[in-house]
Ligand binder design. Structure first.
Ligand code: ZN
Length: 160
């Protein structure tokens, strides 16, 4: 986001919370001129239907993603704000697909991508629950990918 005062784009979010009207109020600060301002983000009502593994349909529910992430990140020292932002990211990826029906597997993949960049332990935890590791090679693949990432010096815990 660009600073409304000096138009530089290095800004940070100081505080983020949901208003009773289901908007997200963010207090922001410009890292260049230090001025502060507030933004309100309206949540676009997503008319997305999720197709579950068993073929049944379910209305898209942001809270489900949020709860899943909160559960996976329990006691991992990740702020709620970062989790909310991760959900925002998943949501925008889903919207970018420009589809009204999306397979739950796709949602799971986006969630796991988000987790992977935040916390590797939580990622494995979530992946094990989400995919249920029907196939043991899938579990090994996940672990191997993680280890390879660490070996290559990839920072798993990306900075927000
Ligand atoms: Zn500024």
């Amino acid at each position: 986001m660009k600073c409304p005062y000096c138009l530089k784009d290095k800004t940070k979010v100081l505080e983020s919370r949901r208003t009773p009207d289901n908007e997200i109020r963010r207090r922001r600060e410009c890292l260049t001129c230090q001025k502060r301002w507030t933004t309100y983000e309206k949540i676009v009502k997503t008319e997305i239907t999720i197709i579950k593994r068993d073929g049944t349909y379910e209305a898209y529910n942001r809270d489900k993603i949020l709860k899943g992430l909160q559960l996976a990140l329990e006691k991992r020292g990740i702020s709620n704000e970062r989790i909310e932002r991760a959900v925002d990211k998943v949501e925008s990826k889903l919207l970018a697909l420009n589809k009204t029906e999306i397979k739950s597997r796709i949602v799971g993949e986006f969630v796991m991508d988000g987790l992977k960049s935040m916390d590797e332990v939580a990622y494995v935890r979530f992946a094990s629950v989400y995919q249920k590791f029907k196939d043991p090679t899938q579990f090994l693949k996940t672990i191997t990918e993680l280890k390879r990432g660490i070996k290559n010096g990839t920072k798993v815990a990306a900075k927000a």
